[in-house]
Write a protein that binds this ligand. Structure first.
Ligand code: KG4
Ligand code: ZN
Length: 340
């Protein structure tokens, strides 16, 4: 089976071609995973500008699509399904991918499988073709989401905790903006943090000891704002800024790891899966891996290229959701939009 997938929910235009072999234990072969990033377009504004994102998707999607087909060395008639991100995301960005998928499905007489972006992130872990036993606990950390999601089996999701305000990625982005590090903030902060001392500055660990599995990062962002007034040295390039980035990163990761581990133990998870853009963070990957090993819980995280937005993860999720395939006429923007 060959699934062509399209992802345009935010600032990456991505088209993948994924071949699936084997029935009982499917194997995913990524024949192409083309991504056109819009970082250069948005970074002067310090964040994603929806109208510009929409325009860029419109301009680039046909080209990314042609590249993917060429790279995968397939003919259009080889495609069995078209998978497309239906939401959540920027509506003006999503519409570009949805309408492209519809036109493609109409011309090829194929069905569309609509995919929830967050379940796509979760399924990025199946791209490693490893055996994953349920129950699985997912920590999904992206620019818009911070969630702990329990999966007792495929396609069944139970939300156990989430952020009450800002997402973890959003905290990285906002703090980076405050420090003048540009957009996106996560990669910029983690790069500087590599050469910094995480113990140098003491920052709050919000909700670390709360009994639930929720998170809150907006207070941390505010704390950083007031901290920068007292310590203006962190706003300038240099050792202090590196130490600050390391301290901030550690504060966020300490909370994410502690909550994930207590949630996994409580729900007797066999696997902890990390996904979403923030899962590209090396310290988070290492810390969670270490703690999971200590508790004898298996741990998986996708290759970095599949951590941030990509269409390959959309194809994998679509494979497990084939029953939801629809004709181009029936694609309902509301259906399948909610994971919970
Ligand atoms: O999943 P994603 O690509 O897009 C959304 O669906 O939001 O995630 C983007 C987020 C951004 O907030 C970005 O700053 C963050 O992932 N991110 C990181 C790192 N790489 C990307 N955060 C921390 N450390 C990183 N290395
Ligand atoms: Zn995402």
């Amino acid at each position: 089976m060959i699934i062509l997938s399209i992802e345009t929910s935010c600032d990456d235009t991505s088209v993948s071609v994924v071949k699936i072999t084997g029935k009982k234990t499917p194997k995913f072969h990524v024949l192409a995973n083309e991504i056109s990033s819009q970082i250069k377009v948005h970074s002067p504004f310090g964040g994603v500008v929806p109208n510009l994102a929409s325009r860029e998707h419109l301009k680039n999607l046909p080209l990314v699509f042609l590249h993917a087909i060429k790279k995968a060395k397939i003919k259009l008639k080889d495609i069995d399904y078209i998978a497309t991100t239906q939401g959540p995301g920027l509506i003006v960005a999503l519409l570009v991918g949805l309408n492209f998928s519809r036109a493609l499905a109409y011309s090829l007489k194929k069905k569309i499988i609509p995919v929830h972006h967050i379940s796509g992130h979760i399924y990025s872990n199946w791209l490693a073709n490893k055996k994953i036993d349920f129950p699985v606990l997912n920590l999904v950390v992206s620019g818009g989401h911070t969630q702990l999601i329990l999966m007792p089996r495929h396609g069944k999701f139970k939300l156990l905790g989430s952020t009450r305000d800002d997402a973890a990625g959003e905290a990285f982005d906002k703090v980076a903006k405050l420090l003048g590090l540009g957009y996106p903030g996560g990669p910029a902060i983690s790069k500087l943090a590599e050469k910094g001392d995480p113990k140098k500055y003491e920052l709050p660990r919000p909700m670390l000891n709360s009994k639930d599995f929720d998170f809150s990062f907006s207070g941390l962002k505010t704390a950083v704002f007031y901290f920068s007034k007292k310590h203006p040295e962190i706003l300038k390039k240099g050792k202090a800024q590196k130490d600050f980035c390391a301290s901030f990163q550690k504060a966020v990761i300490d909370v994410l790891v502690a909550k994930t581990m207590s949630c996994a133990k409580k729900h007797k998870a066999k696997f902890i899966l990390l996904s979403g853009g923030v899962s590209a963070n090396d310290l988070l990957r290492d810390e969670l891996k270490k703690q999971a090993k200590k508790e004898k819980i298996k741990f998986l995280v996708p290759e970095k290229i599949y951590s941030t937005d990509n269409a390959a993860m959309i194809a994998v999720c679509a494979y497990f959701n084939r029953k939801k395939a629809q004709s181009w006429k029936n694609l309902d923007a509301k259906a399948n939009l909610r994971l919970f």
